[in-house]
Design a protein around this ligand. Structure first.
Ligand code: MG
Length: 257
């Protein structure tokens, strides 16, 4: 038997009657990190640099990785997506295994971590093409969470000079239902005929569904302890394996409309 969430979802379609003159617009709202561009490889690379540094000091690589990952999750409780958290997880890991490390050594490993904020992430294959295709039918939003300056730099890099790629861009510290609701109200978005697309079940899909947006989950290598774990039983949204597959989902919806 279908759940009420599923029944509600099945009743949602694309309303092509809502043209440019309608008061409420249909939108597709994207998440940025690990949805449009790959930041996980930057975090993995920085982590590998720390592990190598510690291995040279005689620390077991597996133990170092487990401790850093665990510390990062713990620090998220107090620091969230702030720019302090990841470097602090590196220095805490160093000091856990090598308590007598100098200030210079601490600064060195924190600097390794900060490379994730200054490197330009690679856009996923087909991301820009997907957005250009969707722009023919929808307004396009970008709601990105994280340190503001770092996010703005990544967005600028992704747009590569095309200022008209997104109709609205906002950087927030965390995507909560209230934050998504405010984004919809501020941009005159009709949630029941619009979509949130992201890699995080917890921070993209769950808050989107809670305010009546439709949602598409993009499977992506990400910080799974935080973004996915504990939410795998969620229902009522489409799932794709890559950003390129989004087009197929919308084409199917259009055929059904
Ligand atoms: Mg993301």
């Amino acid at each position: 038997m279908l759940s009420s969430v599923m029944l509600e979802y099945l009743s949602v379609g694309i309303n092509f009657e809502q043209g440019e003159d309608s008061d409420m617009k249909q939108w597709v709202i994207f998440d940025g990190d690990n949805t449009l561009w790959d930041i996980e490889c930057l975090y993995n690379q920085a982590r590998q640099n720390l592990i190598k540094e510690l291995a040279d000091l005689g620390v077991c690589p597996e133990e170092a990785e487990i401790f850093q990952r665990m510390t990062d999750v713990e620090l998220f409780q107090s620091l969230g997506y702030s720019q302090e958290r990841f470097p602090k997880s590196f220095s805490k890991t160093l000091l856990h295994f090598k308590p007598l490390s100098s200030d210079l050594d601490v600064e060195k490993v924190e600097e390794m971590a900060r490379t994730v904020f200054t490197s330009n992430p690679t856009p996923f294959k087909g991301a820009a093409k997907t957005i250009h295709w969707l722009k023919r039918h929808f307004k396009i939003g970008l709601l990105s969470a994280g340190p503001r300056q770092s996010q703005l730099r990544k967005i600028q890099h992704f747009c590569s000079g095309d200022d008209s790629l997104f109709d609205a861009v906002e950087v927030v510290s965390l995507k909560t239902p209230d934050v998504l609701r405010d984004f919809c109200l501020g941009n005159n978005i009709n949630p029941s005929h619009s979509w949130m697309i992201g890699d995080s079940l917890k921070h993209d899909i769950k808050p989107a569904l809670s305010i009546g947006l439709n949602a598409i989950h993009v499977n992506s290598e990400n910080w799974s302890e935080l973004e996915v774990d504990g939410h795998l039983q969620m229902m009522g949204f489409d799932k794709v394996g890559s950003i390129e597959e989004i087009l197929g989902v919308f084409e199917e919806k259009m055929e059904l409309a």
